[in-house]
Design a protein around this ligand. Structure first.
Ligand SMILES: Nc1ncnc2c1ncn2[C@@H]1O[C@H](COP(=O)(O)OP(=O)(O)OP(=O)(O)O)[C@@H](O)[C@H]1O
Ligand SMILES: [Mg+2]
Length: 337
């Protein structure tokens, strides 16, 4: 274009006005082309800007989403941290309680041992003066019988009966304390065989009595055979004693429950008792029946409970007045004190 337009130095435009106009038209044409191109470029740029605005908006959305996720994550994290802290506090509290329980158990064990030693030595020491009372009252009866009148002899006879009874109490106390102190062995014991032999002994003490005895065969327990025999002797003799006035007495040894807690039971159809007193029965010297009615010391069930506890088990009763009693005991395998 510039090639065609002559500069004023070379040519006078007034001399050729046609070429001048043409040059101007060319220039205008060129300018229009430029403008169109420029507009297209602008449009392209605007498009690009539009696209980038969309991208920016999308990016902002994505950023917001990421921020939300991070916020949620932070909230979750603080929740987890809080739960962790609570759990740690709970574990610490449990540990503290466990330690306190262990301390309390150690203290109880120690005071139990002390008490046992005390009752053992007291019982032991009581025997000597008792023997002396018994011996001298016997001597009085034998050597001075002619100088005593009938009421005097009766008084002495009562002194002797009381010393015999007291001797029995002392023996029971000694047995109870021996049971707590004795070393325990643990083996498989056939309770059915033991029960048959105990029932045989009881029958021999009162051959005239007719009692229907049912012993479930093959009852196996894990425990100390001597101690478990004492459990059966006490429970079966109670059943024997408290069915004494029952014309058709029945005594049964059985087991119930499997898997979880297997409980053995001794059931009778004797006089029974009021369940309100059941928890007291297992304390030493606790009796519900009058001595004249059914004799006894009240040490049998306390002995049973100690033995069962030493096996890590428990003992309990179900009964009703005049409707018989059932005494249950469960031995926890693998645990003893
Ligand atoms: N099978 C039973 N039926 C009714 N009452 C029972 C039975 N077994 C126990 N009792 C009640 O529980 C009390 C305590 O029983 P425990 O065996 O400890 O003592 P006891 O039999 O009286 O005396 P001991 O066993 O020392 O000779 C009994 O006196 C009685 O009142
Ligand atoms: Mg008894």
């Amino acid at each position: 274009m510039t090639g065609e337009v002559a500069t004023g130095a070379e040519r006078d435009p007034a001399a050729d006005p046609g070429s001048y106009a043409k040059a101007i038209l060319n220039i205008l044409d060129d300018a229009a082309g430029e403008r169109t191109r420029l507009a297209a470029t602008q449009k392209a740029i605007l498009n690009i800007l539009d696209d980038s605005a969309e991208e920016k908006a999308r990016l902002a959305d994505t950023q917001r989403a990421v921020l939300n996720i991070l916020e949620d994550f932070d909230a979750e994290k603080s929740k987890v941290e809080q739960i962790n802290a609570e759990m740690a506090a709970e574990i610490a509290e449990r540990k503290r309680i466990e330690e306190e329980l262990l301390k309390a158990k150690a203290a109880t064990d120690a005071s139990n041992r002390e008490l046992e030693a005390f009752s053992y030595s007291v019982s032991h020491d009581l025997r000597a003066p008792l023997r002396s009372i018994d011996g001298f009252s016997q001597a009085l009866l034998e050597d001075y019988a002619d100088r005593l009148d009938e009421p005097g002899r009766a008084h002495l006879a009562r002194v002797r009966a009381a010393t015999v009874r007291m001797g029995g109490l002392i023996d029971d106390l000694l047995q109870l304390s021996r049971i707590t102190r004795a070393e325990m062995v643990r083996e498989t014991v056939n309770l059915s065989v033991l029960a048959e032999s105990v029932m045989g002994d009881l029958q021999r003490t009162e051959p005239a009595r007719r009692v229907e005895i049912t012993v479930q065969p093959g009852l196996q327990a894990e425990g100390d055979p001597d101690l478990l025999r004492i459990v059966l002797v006490n429970l079966l003799s109670n059943a024997w004693k408290f069915t004494g006035r029952q014309p058709a007495a029945r005594i049964e040894l059985g087991a119930r429950g499997n898997g979880g807690e297997r409980a053995f039971f001794v059931r009778d159809n004797g006089v029974g008792f009021d369940m309100a007193y059941a928890p007291k029965l297992f304390g030493a010297f606790q009796r519900l029946h009058a001595q004249g009615e059914f004799p006894g010391t009240g040490i049998g069930l306390a002995t049973v409970q100690r033995i069962v506890n030493r096996h890590g088990g428990r003992v309990w009763a179900e009964a009703a007045v005049d409707q018989g009693s059932t005494f249950y005991f469960a031995l926890q395998p693998g645990r003893s004190t």
